[in-house]
Design a protein around this ligand. Structure first.
Ligand SMILES: [Zn+2]
Length: 100
């Protein structure tokens, strides 16, 4: 069962609760039967796995693919030209020389 963090609006306490995904707690007492606090609780959405790390959210993801491919293509073309001119320095480390 998933864990949820609720923050009590009255006493500012964070209460960690296990319950089903469809359920929602409203009061501190619902989340923690032992408390005498009657404040309302608000669910926190601080789960780092979902909110902060997800790079799939950023629209940049689709852009990086083709542009990087283009860069490689341009680099290879430049490399081929340099090779054709007898210059070998450009194919030093990163790109293996296009041997035929
Ligand atoms: Zn409270």
């Amino acid at each position: 069962m998933p864990t949820y963090d609720y923050e009590c609006q009255k006493c500012k306490k964070i209460i960690e609760v296990y319950h089903s995904i469809t359920k929602r707690l409203k009061t501190h007492k619902e989340a923690d039967p032992e408390t005498k606090c009657t404040g309302e609780v608000v669910r926190q959405f601080g789960n780092p796995e979902v909110v902060f790390k997800g790079k799939g959210w950023t629209p940049k993801y689709g852009k990086t693919g083709p542009s990087k491919r283009q860069q490689e293509k341009q680099f290879n073309e430049m490399n081929n030209q340099l090779n054709a001119m007898g210059v070998k320095e450009a194919s030093a480390d990163e790109v293996p020389p296009p041997t035929v």
